[in-house]
Design a protein around this ligand. Structure first.
Ligand code: BES
Ligand code: MN
Length: 455
């Protein structure tokens, strides 16, 4: 194993340069104008995977292509098989004016690399590719077979990957899936995540007059859709942070004593969190700690709110419509379809007759929960400890990786969530970054992991 770690050490600078090349590709899956950039990014990955010794191919889908890359197989291999899942698509970089340097021109400051997609998910996933490169280039035998599946639609709901899993079930059947697309509290606190929240996405539009109206001439005699939307949204939550939609919390299992004790061990304290977020105060559902609120409780979030004139100066109109982009985060035991129904029913019930309500459904996924006591989880904890030199913690995360549910239902495989992101990485925000120590230690963790998993 020593040659693997020596190789990783010797080649760090080149790895960082390669990661910069990867980060220069603007693979924004949500924006149609970037369609070609996604294909280019997938092709770049395939070429890169081949260079490091993997058998790689680009698989077309109805959306963005999927990269599949495998370690060279032996004939009739009965060895354990693990999948490494990641995504090469990134969130939209907007608002651009808040970036200190452009999002697709990677910039290194100290031990941080700034670029859209650096932590989520290119850098984290790339660490695994570099670990495998070290095995292959030093001729160190891997104790298992590996298949990388790197998709281009994670940030838009992974619509085409489940079909792909079904049509490639035999090829992709594996003992577990390894995913580095979450976080850890700090470099001194490596973490195994055993739960993710689920999600439902939708858009609400309130339609008022047939066109924007002069607000002096007509305002006062016709509903203002922006005001109606504000009033509608104000009825969603009470001032103690609890969602008022009847049935919203149905089925939500209470946190056990053990879970609350685990959450209490999370090392980021409330004051630090407040400072990190730059918020005047923390706020959340009464009766739960911030760690619990953002990982183990369901929420209703407004992600975007649009209506009327957004340009400079004033324009006196009653807007024709108002729209809100919404996501709810779900926890284990909440069905996305059922929550969607109770939300829609409530909105229809409270919407006044002065506007027409339109609800457009988006993607949805159940929450994920896996036992942290099984053999693969124990192997992962050993690998984390060896690479980071500290005792790993168990945690729940509030973010969602919808496809992990499908790994379970379609491939019968649990996912090991071994996040390499830090809380101040600015995922989905301006000035996203990835820490180069997380990158290097992530590579070491991956190198150890295959030994531990195959033990
Ligand atoms: N890497 C994140 C998910 C994540 C981040 C999980 C931090 C836990 C901690 C992933 O790329 C992501 O952002 N997923 C989306 C999914 C959605 C678009 C369906 C999310 O959680 O918003
Ligand atoms: Mn993301």
């Amino acid at each position: 194993m020593q040659p693997v770690f020596d190789y990783l050490k010797q080649h760090q600078d080149r790895f960082v340069a390669e990661l910069c090349d990867y980060l220069r590709l603007p693979s924004v899956s949500a924006q149609p104008q970037h369609k070609k950039d996604l294909t280019a990014c997938g092709e770049w990955l395939v070429t890169h995977c081949r260079q490091i010794g993997l058998d790689a191919r680009l698989c077309q889908t109805a959306g963005h292509p999927i990269v599949v890359a495998k370690t060279p197989r032996r004939k009739n291999s009965r060895r354990p098989h693990f999948m490494v899942y990641g995504h090469y698509d990134v969130q939209p970089p907007e608002p651009l004016e808040l970036w200190e340097t452009p999002p697709f021109e990677p910039r290194i400051v100290g031990r941080e690399i700034f670029a859209r997609g650096s932590t989520d998910n290119k850098g984290q996933n790339f660490a695994h590719l570099k670990a495998v490169e070290a095995y292959l280039k030093t001729g160190t035998p891997l104790p298992c077979d590996l298949t990388f599946v790197i998709e281009g639609e994670e940030e838009v709901g992974s619509a085409n990957l489940s079909k792909f899993l079904k049509s490639h079930r035999a090829e992709l059947r594996c003992d577990a899936v390894v995913v580095s697309d979450t976080g850890m509290p700090s470099l001194r606190h490596p973490a195994l995540t055993y739960s993710l929240r689920g999600i439902i996405a939708f858009e609400i539009t309130l339609h008022g007059p047939a066109r924007d109206l002069h607000s002096g001439v007509f305002g006062g005699a016709v509903e203002n859709p922006a005001m109606a939307l504000a009033q509608l949204l104000a009825k969603i939550r009470d001032d103690r942070g609890r969602v008022k939609i009847p049935g919203f919390y149905d089925g939500v299992s209470p946190l056990s004593k053990f879970e609350r004790a685990q959450a209490a061990k999370y090392p980021l304290k409330d004051a630090q969190l407040k400072k990190l977020l730059g918020a005047p105060e923390l706020f959340g559902e009464r009766g739960f700690t911030p760690t619990e609120q953002r990982s183990a409780r369901p929420t209703f979030e407004i992600n975007g709110l649009t209506s009327g004139y957004q340009g400079e100066g004033s324009k006196t109109i009653v807007p024709a419509w108002a729209r809100a982009k919404i996501t709810c985060r779900l926890v284990p035991n909440q069905s996305p379809a059922r929550v969607r129904k109770v939300v829609c029913d409530y909105l229809k019930k409270i919407c006044p007759p002065t506007v027409r309500l339109e609800i457009e459904a988006g993607h949805g996924a159940e929450a994920y929960l896996v036992s942290p006591t099984g053999a693969p989880a124990q192997a992962a904890l050993r690998a984390l400890k060896q690479a980071f030199g500290a005792e790993p913690i168990l945690m729940r995360e509030g973010g969602s990786i919808p496809i992990v549910n499908e790994f379970k239902t379609i491939l019968a495989a649990d996912s090991l969530l071994l996040g390499l992101g830090l809380p101040d990485d600015n995922a989905h925000s301006p000035n996203e970054k990835f820490n180069l120590d997380c990158f290097a230690k992530g590579q070491a963790m991956s190198a150890h992991l295959w030994q531990e998993l195959a033990r």
